[in-house]
Structure formats: C-alpha cells, structure tokens
Design a protein around this ligand. Structure first.
Ligand code: GLU
Length: 501
C-alpha cells in the first residue's frame, strides 16, 4: 500500500457522486437511469453531482455524442455542479485531458513495486492464450514479465520495445461493500494482472476510473451491475493507493421485455429517440425511477420534485428492471393530462415544426393553444397531436367525401345550418364559456323543434370542419370564432346550392 493523495472531506451528509458516461453513442436509456439515480441521491441530500466524460476510447468517442448526452440530460431535468462544460474545482472532467494524472498515479504503483512493465506484444499474448485454452486451462496473464531478468529488461529498453504497465494483483480476499448487494467477497486469484497503462501511453479503464474517483473525492459510486466485477479491481486499486473505497451501489440493468439487455431490437434505446418519438421528459423520468424503486405504496405518478423528496437509494430493488413500453405510454398520457394548455402547446410545437405544419405554427399563440388543447385527449405520445390538429388547416367548403355524404344524408340540413348561423351570431371571438353557451343554444333549438340534438350538432361539425371526426364542438367555436364558424357554414351552404340540395 502506498500513501494516498485523495483528501476525502465529504461524508454521507455531503455525498459527491458522479455520472461517468463514455461518449461512444447517444445517451442510452440505461445510462440515463444511472444518471437519474445519482442525481436524485445528490439532490435529495446536500450532495454534489459531477459529470465526467470517460473518453479514453479515442476511436469511438465523438463530440456529437458528448453533445447528445449533455442535451438529453438537460432535457430530462438533470443538472450537474461540476462537469466538462461548467468546470469545477476537481477538473478537467474529460479523461482524455487527465493523462498526466494517470501517469503520475501509475508511476507510484510502479515505484512501489505494485505494478510492473509488460513487454509482451498483443499477438504474442494471444498465441499463448490460445495454446493455454487448447489445453483446457482457463487463461490469465501468465506473469511472464513479472519475473523478467534485468538483462532482458535492459535489452528491451535499448530496443525501445513498447511496454504496458500491469497491476500486480495481490493475494487477498477482496471485499466490495455494496449498499444493495451487501458484501461481495472475491478471491483475487481469479483476477488477471490487468493493464493500468497501455503500451500506446493511454490509461487503462480501471486506473482512470479509480484515479478520478479518488482525486474528485467521490463518496458514492452508483452504476449498473455490469460494473460489479470491475468493482473488485477498483477496490484493489483504491487500497493500493491507500484510499478508502467509495460506497458502491450497483443497480440492476435495464432489460427488454424478453429479459435481454435493452437494445435496438427492442425499439428505441436512446433518450433522444424517445424524445423524438414524442415522450415527455416527465414521463420518461417517472418511468425510469419506478422501474426499480417504489414509494412503498400504490402511487405511480411522480414529478421530478416528488422524486427528489421521496427517492431513497437504499430502497432500490436489486432485481432485474424489465422495460415495458405500454407502461411508459400510459405514464406519458398521465403526464400529458397534468400539463397546462400552455405547457402542452410548448411540448407539441417542435412536432408541429417537424411536420412542417406552417399554417398551425403561424397562428397567433392563443389560437395555437386552443388547437393543441382541443386534441389533448388524442395524445398518448406528443406525435399523436399532429393528425387531429390538421383539422384547423381545412379550407371553408372543403369536405372529405365521407363528410359530404353525411351532410347530404342529414335531414333538413339547410334548416339545421341556418339555425346554427343564427345562434352563432356575429361575435368574432368566444371564450370557453361563451362557446359552451352557443353549443347549449343549439341543443335548445333542437329541443324546441322536438329534434334530437344530433340533428343540429352533426351538420354543424360537418359544415365547419369538412370532416366527420374532430374535437369537442366548443373548441371549433373558440378557434374560428362564432362569426368565423358562421362564414364556414355559409361556404358549405354554397356547396349544397351547387349540388342542388
Ligand atoms: N464509463 C463507464 C460506462 O459508461 C462507467 C464507469 C463507472 O461508472 O465507473 O459504462
């Protein structure tokens, strides 16, 4: 064990957690769930949330993925106190910018005799590995370079042969203390002398993670249980550096309905895809939290604030989290219901833009809000708003063939429409209650004539919208105004004139 550098001042009351994605793809829903758990834990206490990009895989890391991760987190409502974009006391927050630190730490292990130079070429290792496996023996690095004599080392150095640094795994029983899984104990003889610095000068994954967690004073490591085996190596490194390992929380992974890790073949996997498909961030966050956590009662609808208040990290279930698209759709509908008209309009606008519905986009804001509000009940995903909202682009006197048939078939259709014009009057605007009164007036007129309400209301709908389906009638009156509706009915009457009806 060597002298550690981490000066852990933080404790359980002031946890420092980190979300450490590799920017090698768009933010996966499973990673987003990890981010959410870290964030809820930090915000539910006086904690600090750190964002760190683990971009040591230079081939696969991309700036556009970094951007996608930042945007997706922000969209979900997750923020961070320290990170590559906002800086912080323990930066830089991109592993590719921390190489000198990794070198310094690796060097310490080397000098303490806990790491050694490995000159074996990858092809050579591969050959020995295959040979061992052929003999039916499981392969671990055979420590050939641990026992190199001085002369060979000198020769390799003169040849400038590239070398990696390997961690000399000590003989010990390694204990990973995990909040969800208890104490996981592993005999180190099962573990390879893993590489901490690669021969190309880059840092190995395990070293980078541990050095960062030490130097960033991370107190709790919350991540997917695919990292549980890595944690064994991490604990050995923490101990080698004389640092106290953080508290580990390895939560269960996100699985598709068939029990396999959530992947493309199950459908959307990245947060941005869910966003493009019309899910609300509130619903996605609610769903991700509920997947492995429950408040202990029947409640299912939670806002982000509710979650911050109620979420408990030690209440997470360690069992598999199976993704259920139907449940997410249901939750999305519930969260759509909770939005004000203004919020719903703002949420739908990007989809109206993508559909190039300029006639709707260019409407005065109050009309646009009425239009979106009128289709609220159609919305499971926000994209569901687009088809029904097109009704507001209909030209007066234009009909679907079905609507025209229905009009022709309506008894006393001209009379019914003239009554509508009368009741509508000449006001240009109507608020909700005025619009409801007008509809009520139509019902009363029908009653006076001993007609069923439908004999007036149905031709009204057909005449104003040219369609047999559409929103509640009051919205039509609020959208086009009473006078506007009357004009549309007049246009319909002209069509009927031309047809000799
Ligand atoms: N960069 C790792 C990943 O994206 C996370 C490592 C960690 O959380 O320790 O899976």
């Amino acid at each position: 064990m060597i002298e550690g550098k981490g000066n852990r001042e933080s404790n359980d009351a002031n946890p420092r957690v980190r979300f450490a994605p590799s920017p090698t793809g768009r933010l996966h829903l499973g990673s987003a769930r990890t981010a959410l758990f870290n964030w809820l834990f930090a915000r539910g206490s006086v904690g600090t949330m750190v964002l760190r990009f683990e971009d040591t895989d230079r081939e696969r890391s991309r700036v556009e993925y970094e951007k996608d991760i930042l945007d997706s987190l922000k969209w979900m409502g997750i923020d961070w106190d320290e990170g590559p974009d906002v800086g912080g006391e323990f930066g830089p927050y991109r592993q590719s910018e921390r190489l000198p630190l990794y070198r310094e730490y690796a060097e310490k292990l080397y000098e303490a005799g806990i790491a050694y130079r490995c000159f074996c070429a990858p092809e050579e290792i591969q050959r020995r590995k295959e040979e061992t496996i052929r003999k039916g023996i499981s392969w671990r690095y055979d420590r050939r370079c641990l026992t190199l004599d001085d002369a060979s080392v000198r020769r390799f150095e003169e040849e400038k042969r590239p070398y990696a640094l390997r961690f000399k795994v000590p003989e010990m029983s390694v204990k990973v203390v995990d909040l969800l899984r208890g104490v996981v104990q592993v005999d180190s003889s099962e573990i390879d002398d893993f590489i901490i610095m690669r021969s190309d000068g880059s840092a190995g994954f395990h070293l980078a993670v541990v050095v960062d967690d030490i130097t960033m004073n991370i107190t709790h490591v919350i991540r997917g249980d695919d990292h549980l085996t890595n944690a064994v190596r991490h604990v050995m490194l923490f101990e080698a550096f004389g640092a106290k390992p953080p508290v580990f929380v390895h939560h269960s992974l996100l699985m598709g309905p068939d029990g396999a890790k959530l992947s493309k073949r199950h459908g959307a996997t990245s947060v941005s895809e869910f966003r493009e498909q019309g899910y609300l961030p509130q619903a996605l966050v609610n769903y991700l939290a509920l997947l492995s956590w429950s408040p202990g009662d029947e409640r299912e609808i939670f806002t982000l604030n509710d979650l911050v208040r109620e979420f408990r990290i030690d209440n997470l279930s360690a069992s598999k989290a199976i993704f259920d698209f139907d449940k997410l759709n249901w939750l999305n509908r519930q969260h759509v219901k909770l939005l004000s008209s203004e919020e719903l309009a703002d949420a739908v606008i990007p989809f109206i833009e993508s559909a190039n519905l300029f006639e709707i986009l260019n409407l005065p804001r109050e009309k646009l809000i009425i239009a979106v509000e009128s289709v609220r009940n159609n919305i499971e995903k926000l994209t569901d708003a687009i088809e029904p909202i097109r009704i507001y682009t209909a030209k007066p006197g234009d009909f679907s063939s079905k609507a025209l048939e229905e009009l022709k078939r309506s008894p006393d259709v001209r009379r019914a429409l003239e009554i509508c014009i009368d009741i509508l009057g000449t006001e240009r605007e109507a608020d909700e209650s005025a619009a409801e009164k007008i509809v009520e007036g139509m019902r009363e007129s029908a009653a006076l004539k001993d007609w069923k309400p439908k004999r007036i209301l149905w031709p009204f709908r057909l005449a104003v919208t040219g369609s047999t389906v559409g929103p509640d009638l009051k919205f039509l009156i609020m959208f086009w105004g009473p006078a506007g509706c009357a004009e549309r009915i007049r246009a319909t009457l002209k069509v009927l004139d031309n047809l000799g009806i």
